[in-house]
Design a protein around this ligand. Structure first.
Ligand code: AMP
Ligand code: GLY
Length: 422
């Protein structure tokens, strides 16, 4: 079987690492990939957003299954185009990817179907949005409607901050068309957790819970990033009774809402949750695997991933029941100095050979092979991922390995998995 994975992050390396365990897979391509994927598959220099180029490649190579990592090609309709060409592909169509690509669409859907979420208003006029925030209570959350690389969410402490956010998004268009519409919502408090569930149109299959660490610096300080590290389980104690609430309050109305509105969603649904004192609420929906959540989830998945992805595409998720490793996993991201701001690329990375602990896998993200060297090539560079009998053991293994790897400007958080909830 010939596989094509689209993307170049730690998520794609982790998916490839897991999929390669299946002997049915004989040929594997990653577009565009990174130095890590290049050791396990053939990297193809086609960008993830170049849908025409990817389609042509998949047709020429007679790819049997394509798996899409990032959000942009999904929102741009890569799945629709591959399906029209008769190719098998994992991910939601553009219409279904709107759950991530349009926050107002996701909020309206949740309101229509009674899925718990922060109260919100949507605005397409900056004047009306400004009038609204002048008489609102603070803090207040201002969100660009579209995809904004995780930077489109501003937690405003005052009307002044909210007005600045509205001006930047709606008038100065710092996020382009993504900020022409804004969603303004109530500020919620509580610990956050990442859920992942495969959706085949009718059934869902919930993965173990995970927790991201979005801020750049220890103690949840600094700017929001794509994620500086993850743990699974989340440490929030997603018990049987919490799972029952998630089932009845989120997944059942989500699936029946899809049926009512004739939306065909097949792929990964990744709700970002906040556990408030009134129960779990959805902060956002993503329509893809999380990064770096996928790194810890793939370390914990015992069963075959290919079987799960195929069952999703074939509408047969009710026939699979994967096994998960009971042991906790920790992923510590090594980032380039300055991330999430401007960074320098091309710094040689050394010390991979010193990571010998069999419980540790180093997933590559922003890395590139240049002759004999592996050099940095992005904000998030590596995801050092460890299993342990306890969370503490996994943390120690991940940090011991993270300390073996060096590159100029290396930046990491030291508190991934320290369970302190505000
Ligand atoms: P989102 O991209 O919508 O998940 O937002 C990114 C981050 O902003 C979340 O992980 C939260 O930490 C924070 N956030 C988003 N919406 C809210 C909200 N309504 N109340 C409090 N924090 C929020
Ligand atoms: N780690 C958060 C995300 O993938 O959106």
């Amino acid at each position: 079987m010939k596989l094509l994975i689209i993307g170049s992050g730690g998520r794609e390396h982790a998916l490839l690492w897991k999929l390669k365990q299946n002997p049915r897979i004989t040929e594997c391509y990653v577009a565009p990939g990174n130095a890590g994927t290049g050791t396990m598959a053939i990297n193809v220099p086609i960008e993830a957003t170049n849908i025409a180029g990817l389609l042509q490649f998949a047709q020429e190579k007679k790819i049997d299954l394509t798996i899409v990592g990032p959000d942009d090609p999904l929102a741009a309709g890569i799945v629709d185009q591959f399906q029209q060409a008769g190719l098998r592909i994992f991910g939601p169509t553009a219409a279904a990817a709107r759950f991530e690509a349009s926050k107002s669409f996701a909020k309206d859907f949740m309101k229509r179907h009674g899925i718990p979420t922060a109260a919100s208003e949507t605005f397409t006029s900056s004047e009306k949005a400004s009038d609204y925030v002048r008489q609102a209570k603070y803090p207040l959350v201002v969100k660009a409607d579209g995809l904004a690389l995780g930077k489109g969410v501003i937690i405003a402490q005052s009307a002044e901050e909210a007005l600045t956010a509205i001006k930047e998004m709606m008038e100065e268009k710092v996020f382009g068309a993504a900020g022409e519409t804004v969603v303004i919502e109530e500020f919620l408090t509580g610990p956050e957790c990442s859920l992942h569930a495969l959706i085949d149109g009718k059934n869902y299959l919930l993965f173990p819970d995970a927790r991201d660490h979005k801020r750049a610096l220890d103690g949840d300080q600094g700017l929001n990033t794509g994620g500086m590290g993850t743990i699974s389980p989340s440490g929030l104690g997603v018990t049987k009774s919490m799972r029952a609430r998630l089932h009845y309050e989120i997944f059942v109305p989500f699936l029946s809402g899809l049926a009512d509105e004739k939306i065909k969603f097949q792929g990964m649904l990744f709700p970002g949750l906040i556990i408030t004192k009134d129960g779990p609420k959805v902060l956002e929906f993503n329509a893809r695997f999380g990064d770096p959540e996928t790194q810890v989830l793939m370390r914990r998945l015992y069963s075959d991933l290919l079987e799960l992805l195929e069952a999703t595409i074939d509408g047969k998720l009710d026939t699979v029941s994967p096994w998960w490793d009971e042991r906790p996993a920790v992923c510590v991201v090594l980032a380039s100095g300055g991330y999430p701001g401007p960074i320098e690329k091309g710094k040689p990375i050394t010390g991979f050979e010193n990571v010998t602990d069999p419980n540790v896998v180093v997933f590559h993200a922003g890395t590139k092979q240049v002759e004999e060297n592996i050099v940095t090539n992005g904000g998030r560079v590596l995801g050092v991922t460890a299993l342990g009998r306890t969370l503490e053991e996994a943390r120690q293994a991940a940090y011991a390995a993270a300390d073996q790897i060096q590159f100029e400007g290396k930046q990491l958080r030291r508190d991934i998995g320290e369970l302190k909830f505000k």
